[in-house]
Design a protein around this ligand. Structure first.
Ligand code: OAD
Length: 275
């Protein structure tokens, strides 16, 4: 048995479950995690040179190309049995909210509906807002009706949001917003940037209302996301962790299931919900 009978009972009674996921969730789909000592993205690249606004400002094409390379790997990936188990949970539980730090779309591809992307999405583009240039400009800044970013200068009033949606993260010169001509960038949260306040608020509210939280494949090293499983614990929600490597949460969680998400989650689903 993966979990005790009393935990099985609490999970069966749970009406609201928050599923909190990190890069380990997609590891079995072939997407590297960030902090694996050898294969992790941050073992191979300094995040300060590829995942900060300052890096983009200093060398936008390099940062664009790095994300293109990551996107090429992610495009080849398909959901693994762990993603599918999370999606199936929706059929057994009244409300399931997936709070993910991943930017890879794999929860949605597996069929999960209520997915909150804390760190954005690699396949959406937005404009790079150079705040210094906007502040120092003698021109009056405006909000571009295509990319919703601050811009100065002229705008193409015939361009629409669909023109932006048709632009992809692919190799080549960095595309520009069809409205205001600002350089485009992936809509992911880089180091030093704020999370989308409306997504953050919905995630906090799901954590505050859940009967149980399942934390899958995160090292819990990046705030504010990392605090969410601990907040659920503090409220007295049942907290279960799935990760082959122990984290700071492991000793405090109601159950720490040491193993890969693609194996543990389908087994947990069978054990708890197919009775
Ligand atoms: P990390 O790379 O920090 O952690 C990945 C976790 O997944 C580790 O604890 C691994 O032990 C675990 N893991 C590995 N394989 C697994 C498997 N098959 N099943 C389950 N777990 C497995 O990734 P995150 O915690 O997601 O931020 O990192 C958080 C944020 O840091 C990312 O969203 C990213 C990064 O900088 C941004 O890009 C803003």
């Amino acid at each position: 048995m993966l979990v005790s009978t009393s935990i099985i009972g609490r999970l069966q009674q749970a009406e609201q479950i928050a599923v909190f996921t990190g890069a380990g969730m997609s590891a079995e789909s072939g997407i590297p995690t960030f902090r694996d000592r050898f294969e992790g993205l941050w073992a191979k690249y300094d995040p300060m040179t590829v995942a900060t606004p300052a890096a983009f400002q200093a060398n936008p094409q390099f940062v664009w190309d790095w994300h293109v390379q990551l996107a090429d790997t992610v495009r080849k990936a398909v959901p693994n049995p762990g993603h599918r188990a999370v999606a199936q949970l929706q059929e057994a539980v009244k409300r399931v909210t997936v709070i993910t730090q991943n930017v890879d779309n794999l929860h949605q591809a597996a069929g999960s509906k209520d997915v909150l992307e804390l760190h954005g999405n690699l396949f959406r583009l937005k404009s790079f807002v150079d705040e210094d240039a906007i502040f120092l400009s003698e021109l009056r800044p405006f909000i571009c009706h295509v990319c919703d970013g601050y811009a100065v200068g002229s705008v193409d009033s015939y361009a629409g949001k669909e023109d932006l949606e048709n632009i992809d993260l692919v190799a080549g010169p960095i595309p520009r917003c069809p409205g205001c001509e600002s350089l485009l960038r992936p809509s992911v949260v880089w180091f030093g940037e704020m999370l989308d306040p409306s997504i953050l608020e919905r995630a906090i509210s799901a954590v505050d209302q859940c009967d149980a939280l399942i934390c899958i494949g995160s090292s819990l090293e990046v705030e504010p996301a990392a605090s969410m499983p601990f907040q659920a614990l503090k409220r007295g929600a049942l907290v279960i962790e799935v990760n082959p490597t122990p984290t700071e949460l492991s000793d405090r969680a109601d159950a720490s299931l040491l193993g890969p998400a693609g194996e543990i989650l389908p087994a947990l689903l069978r054990e708890v919900w197919s009775r």
